[in-house]
Design a protein around this ligand. Structure first.
Ligand SMILES: *[C@@H]1O[C@H](CO)[C@@H](O)[C@H](O)[C@H]1NC(C)=O
Length: 178
């Protein structure tokens, strides 16, 4: 696998161009959207998503390997978007993301804490502005919440990896360059 630093700069350049092609009105400005990277730690069986390239590089030596990009997200609450809360439970080693504040409360009651590092990102709660679904899957045996915008990957995780469909978490701008 290539070093994260090289891979990331390539992905960013290509994806900004595809996002710029969209012409929204009641949408966030695509030029503001940034890649939401997916890293995976096989020792913890935990998927972690972040826009923070420095954090990815910092955690890389601890076993977190960059896998791909979920899509493009916003760092401020732009038109039509809402917060995607990031929670973490160290006891079961699981990163969890949801837009649903009832779920945030329920997760807090079961040991998850809201993570402020990295900052909350903002995505679309409905499929508008050229966005695509973020599928949320869960493995009870591994205590892992997993998110993907790839239909084929979703089916692969259900068929071969023991994950189950949970919901569509929200909608992100597609890369168009995966
Ligand atoms: C939010 O989560 C609660 C608890 O799981 C659920 O009952 C409710 O339907 C969810 N709301 C939405 C909009 O998905």
């Amino acid at each position: 696998m290539k070093s994260p630093t090289i891979l990331l700069s390539t992905v960013i350049a290509a994806c900004y161009q595809s996002a710029m092609a969209l012409k929204p009105r009641t949408c966030g400005a695509p030029a503001d959207a940034v890649p939401f990277y997916r890293a995976y730690d096989s020792a913890r069986t935990d998927h972690w998503y972040t826009y923070d390239v420095n954090a990815l590089n910092d955690f890389n030596p601890q076993g977190w390997l960059l896998q791909n990009v979920l899509g493009l997200v916003f760092l401020t609450e732009e038109e039509g978007t809402a917060p995607l809360f990031h929670m973490y439970n160290g006891a079961v080693m699981d990163n969890f993301y949801t837009m649903n504040t009832s779920e945030v409360t329920a997760a807090q009651e079961s040991g998850y804490k809201i993570s402020s590092n990295p900052l909350t990102v903002y995505i679309y709660p409905t499929q508008v502005c050229g966005s695509v679904p973020v599928y949320r899957l869960y493995s009870g045996s591994e205590t892992d919440n997993f998110y993907t915008t790839s239909e084929s990957e979703r089916l692969d995780f259900i068929t071969n990896e023991g994950y189950k469909d949970v919901e569509i978490t929200g909608y992100v701008l597609p890369l168009g360059c995966s």
